[in-house]
Design a protein around this ligand. Structure first.
Ligand code: BDP
Length: 718
């Protein structure tokens, strides 16, 4: 077991269970209208594979026929095909299906799976197999519709070629790209075909294959032919390909001397280019663009608005039925850090609020969940409350940038739920982030989810076996924002490691512990994740947060800490929320402790609602977090023999590393604030570990020194 199969292992059920339920599985499959290379055909293959694996059962497949004869049948079809071949469905209520939704019925001895389209039928098939693999044989009948129609993955894969990487992945921690190698599309794309199955099984419907920091050469004829080959591998699973575009392509790739979005030649260049791309991939989902941010080109370069820039490329995309995802992650990374009133968190609303309603209908603004950048604790982006006339999507990260880079266990669903469940109170009415992004709150058909996924060539996809629960969990939450985090981790565990209750409970416990634990030893009270900010976004480096232009500041000095984002005395960010929420965050008394330093600048001696001072909370939380991390290894060790040796050993190494690194984090952060504030830890721990040997006191003989940043990347566990 190397993890390659992910949660689609189709492992045999325990013999007793399989035997007992064998009869409830029909031996005959009827599939209506399957064409090779399209999702219905994949559904049949998957069904055969799954039933063989899980139940040891072979089935006969017929390409026509209706329900009704005496033989129990598994029926796979789109609802439309079924009705035209067999007439109205015999159900109490005719199923009301939305795009990508399916009807599932195992009640009357048959298994009926009817999708609103082909990929929906495939989703229903995966659902059936997932139930079986979890030994769930309950007879049920239901309709499952998605909450949002945009359920995309984003890859930050680079089309690059350096001496050390051949297709690197930005913020990727699982090997090189499965798509690209040496400035080209890989000739062997077998991993892509396997990946397509995983994505379809969690109901993602599109995947952006290249980095938002896009290399224009993705669009050369040769590379587009390769994009076509990639699309051919995703198509059978109903996953549409999308591309990130570089705004300066007309200059970088074409022979124009401008990329001004209002220049006629530029408009024509993009029209032709987008036609060409759709000529190669007619069912391309659309495009993603990062403009005027972190050095990327965009319309602001020519004093054109962001809307003018997005629309120029969205128009030809619309002609092909595509969606244009436009990122809201626009900010100035050369902010003057000495200016108390400067605040990167304000940027998205400042850049976008006056352009609401100016975008073409197929433009969706893609917004990171927090106003800064994937931190361990952020309030939701204020932009979700400002774009009423523009569809939105929320951007999440499956890749654990800032969050331990797949070396630390961090189960993300609880964090995502907290953001999605936040009520922004627009116009004093219930306005949950989940309803803003699904389109429900402001009445848009388009809307949904994007997540940055660091899948790479590592056999276990994400670098760590347990991190795969985040990819699985992302699919679940993008389909149903209310999915319960514990249920999700339990389902994933059953599918990934089997039915042993002890294994399920232990992995659920470790996973549910992971966010509070990581927050405790990395950055408390909303101060953000205190990682190295300038390069790796990994190990502890509280000193790197301030005194730079990037704007992830803590404003820590000898006396006090926190970003004052109030309207009355600070950067004004709190005022970007609708009135009720703004009022809450404006005042220290009504700001929850866990966001205190996000909104307020207070002395280290400020007393929290918990009764503790800020500094003592820092000290205690870092000890608590690091101590909690020590429980991971014994918990995992207790599963030895209950799961396969290979995955057990692999994870154990990571967890051992994490427990050590948690102590490194604890001491680095505590020492830093202890030195800065000069305030002693009431429990006398900080600065006094008799057993601790500082690195300065160690000597190595016979080694040559090489600089490694951060030092932990030199660890064999990295
Ligand atoms: C930051 C990442 C950087 C990305 C950028 C983005 O550190 O690698 O290019 O976000 O989202 O979090 O565009």
């Amino acid at each position: 077991e190397d993890g390659l199969a992910g949660w689609l292992r189709y492992a045999p059920l325990p013999e007793k269970i399989a035997k007992c339920h064998a009869k409830s599985i029909p031996s005959q499959v009827k599939v209506l209208g399957a064409t090779d290379g399209l999702p219905l055909a994949s559904a049949v293959n998957e069904l055969k594979l799954g039933l063989r694996g899980i139940m040891g059962k072979e089935v006969d497949v017929h390409s026509e026929g209706c329900l009704g004869d005496e033989t129990p049948t598994i029926l796979l079809s789109t609802l439309e095909n079924y009705v035209s071949a067999c007439g109205e469905l015999d159900a109490d209520e005719p199923p009301s299906l939305e795009e990508d939704g399916f009807y599932f019925n195992t009640k009357d001895g048959n298994v009926v799976i009817l999708g609103s389209n082909e990929r929906a039928t495939l989703y229903g098939t995966f659902e059936y197999l997932s139930r079986l693999a979890q030994a769930n044989f309950e007879a049920v009948e239901y309709v499952d519709n998605p909450e949002a129609n945009i359920r995309w993955g984003n890859h930050w894969d680079n089309m690059d070629y350096t001496s050390s990487t051949h297709g690197s992945v930005e913020r990727g921690y699982a090997g090189v790209s499965i798509f690209f190698q040496d400035n080209k599309i890989r000739s062997d794309l077998s991993r892509v075909a396997q990946y397509a199955r995983l994505l379809a099984s969690i109901r993602l419907n599109a995947i952006v294959i290249n980095n938002v920091n896009a290399n224009p050469i993705t669009l050369t004829d040769e590379n587009l032919e390769g994009v076509g080959r990639i699309a051919d591998l995703f198509r059978p699973y109903g996953v549409q390909v999308a591309l990130s575009l570089n705004f300066a392509s007309p200059v970088e790739l074409g022979d124009l001397d401008t990329f001004d979005p209002l220049d006629e030649d530029v408009v024509r260049w993009w029209d032709d280019m987008i036609d060409t791309i759709y000529g190669v991939v007619p069912d391309l989902a659309g495009f993603l663009n990062k403009a005027n941010s972190e050095g990327q080109p965009g319309p602001l370069t020519y004093n054109r608005t962001l809307a003018e820039g997005a629309n120029m490329m969205a128009r030809p995309t619309a002609r092909h039925g595509g969606i244009f995802m436009f990122r809201a992650f626009v900010y100035d990374h050369h902010l003057d850090h000495r200016d108390w009133y400067n605040d990167r968190a304000n940027a998205a609303v400042e850049f976008f609020q006056h352009h609401d309603g100016e975008f073409e209908e197929n433009v969706v603004v893609q917004i990171k969940y927090g106003p800064i950048d994937f931190q361990v604790r952020e309030p939701p982006s204020t932009l979700f409350a400002h774009l009423r006339d523009t569809p939105m999507a929320i951007e999440l990260q499956v890749t654990q940038e800032y969050l331990g880079q797949q070396n630390h266990l961090f189960y993300l669903n609880p964090l995502w739920r907290e953001i999605l469940d936040f009520d922004l109170r627009v116009d004093g009415e219930a306005s949950y982030v989940r309803d803003a992004v699904s389109g429900k709150r402001f009445g848009h058909k388009l809307g949904g989810y994007a997540a940055v996924i660091n899948v790479g060539m590592d056999r276990n996809w994400l670098g760590s076996h347990l991190a795969m629960s985040n990819l699985y969990g992302y699919g679940r939450i993008a389909w149903d924002s209310q999915s319960d985090s514990v249920e999700v981790i339990e389902d994933w565990t059953r599918l990934t490691f089997g039915l042993d209750r002890r294994v399920i409970d232990t992995i659920a416990e470790m996973s549910m512990l992971s966010w509070p634990m990581y927050e405790n030893y990395t950055g408390n009270l909303g101060v953000q994740t205190l990682t190295d900010i300038l390069h790796t976004h990994y190990g502890p480096n509280p000193a790197s947060q301030d005194n730079n232009g990037w704007g992830q500041w803590t404003r820590a000095n000898e006396h006090s800490i926190g970003m004052d984002r109030t309207v009355w005395n600070g950067t004004g960010f709190a005022g970007q929320y609708p009135a009720e929420v703004a009022e809450q965050f404006e005042h220290i008394e009504t700001t929850p402790d866990n966001l205190l330093l996000w909104f307020h600048h207070v002395p280290y001696t400020h007393v929290l609602k918990s009764g503790n001072t800020v500094i003592q909370h820092f000290y205690d939380a870092h000890y608590d977090g690091a101590e909690a991390a020590q429980t991971l290894v014994p918990m995992w060790e207790s599963l030895k023999g209950r799961i396969d040796e290979e995955r057990h050993a692999h994870m154990l190494r990571r967890l051992v590393y994490q427990t050590g690194h948690a102590i490194v984090w604890r001491d680095a952060v505590n020492y830093f604030y202890h030195n800065l504030s000069g305030i002693e830890d009431e429990a006398g721990r900080v600065g006094s570990h008799p057993w601790r040997i500082e690195v300065e006191d160690m000597a190595l003989d016979g080694y040559e020194k090489v600089a490694v940043t951060p030092p932990s990347t030199a660890s064999r566990f990295y």
